[in-house]
Design a protein around this ligand. Structure first.
Ligand code: NAP
Length: 283
């Protein structure tokens, strides 16, 4: 797996963020990244990019890329259905990494126990190879330390603390982690009110203490044998004015196994690949 991975959420046409890349342009971008040495692709049913991966795999050998996807499911049945759908949509026999998506608190880990158990079962059945969480809160990083079955943590990290994890044990954060509640609120509330509520959950910057806590938890997870993968390296674009600085910071974190970037064009891929090669040369 390459040190830089390509995230596909730039094609996500969501309520709070419009798509930056047409999903039909994604297979070409994935293939371009592969030719530049990027052999890790990250997807999710919410991004709607499994089909783009299937399409890219017509021109890129399956065994040469690491595929990652996720589930927002709470129940075991829901998680199993998401894995089976992802396998079908990507047209593969096995998925390399499968994560519980957008996990904020330790309590959320307990509530989604059914989904977590299903990922463990699917790993035993050989349908997925490594399992873990995409973390959006310090509580889930802490809980991950006590999960022997967990292989991987995808966490938010950058030099400025932009969109990095905070303690998110409050009720709005918990409700945001329950897809049926989120769907109900989306149906019931005007978009502007929903966006205001989402702002209570989606914090822009972690405090220096929270950033230090996140780094400490990542280091402890890595010391416990978990693979720590990073996202938000450019704080969703806020730090993209200085790509070499953001990439060099990540490259200097000894516990970080690899980074995901949300590059939206060949030029952005080139910039990250150049910065990564420069930063790693200096290691
Ligand atoms: N968002 C999440 O919570 C989440 C959860 C799980 C996984 N992920 C994964 O992580 C991936 C990365 O997303 P992220 O949210 O962490 O965003 P990020 O990589 O921190 O920021 C990506 C944004 O930075 C801007 N940018 C400018 N120059 C760039 C360059 N050379 N390379 C890359 N980006 C550049 C782009 O926006 P402009 O072109 O508009 O400047 C792009 O949309 C996602 O695609 C997804 O696969 C994300």
């Amino acid at each position: 797996m390459s040190w830089v991975g390509l995230g596909t959420s730039a094609a996500y046409d969501g309520v709070l963020c419009p798509a930056k890349v047409a999903v039909t342009d994604y297979p070409r971008l994935l293939e371009y990244g592969f030719r530049q040495g990027i052999t890790w692709w990250d997807a999710s049913p919410t991004y709607g990019t499994h089909g783009a991966i299937r399409c890219a795999l017509r021109r890129v050998p399956r065994r040469e890329v690491v595929l990652c996807s996720k589930t927002v499911a709470v129940s075991g049945r829901g998680a199993r259905a998401d894995v089976e759908r992802a396998l079908r949509q990507m047209g593969v026999e096995e998925i390399d990494i499968f994560l519980l998506q957008t996990m904020r608190s330790g309590l959320e880990f307990r509530i989604r126990r059914g989904a977590w158990q299903a990922l463990q079962d699917l790993k035993r059945e050989g349908r997925i190879r490594a399992i873990g969480v995409a973390a959006h809160g310090l509580g889930v990083l802490q809980a991950a330390l006590h999960e022997p079955a967990l292989d991987v943590v995808l966490g938010r990290i950058n030099y400025a603390g932009d969109l990095m994890d905070r303690w998110q044990e409050d009720l709005p954060s918990l409700l945001a982690g329950l897809p049926p509640v989120k769907r109900l609120l989306l149906d019931l509330l005007p978009r502007s009110l929903f966006a205001r509520l989402a702002g209570r959950v989606h914090h822009l910057r972690a405090s220096p203490q929270e950033q230090a806590m996140a780094r400490e938890l990542f280091a402890r997870l890595a010391a416990a044998g978990k693979e720590v993968l990073g996202m938000k390296i450019f704080g969703e674009g806020a730090l993209a004015g200085d790509v070499p600085r953001a990439v060099a910071y990540a490259a200097g974190l000894p516990w970080l196994r690899a980074i995901l970037v949300g590059a939206c064009s060949e030029a952005e891929i080139d910039a990250v690949v150049a910065a990564a090669s420069q930063a790693q040369g200096g290691r």
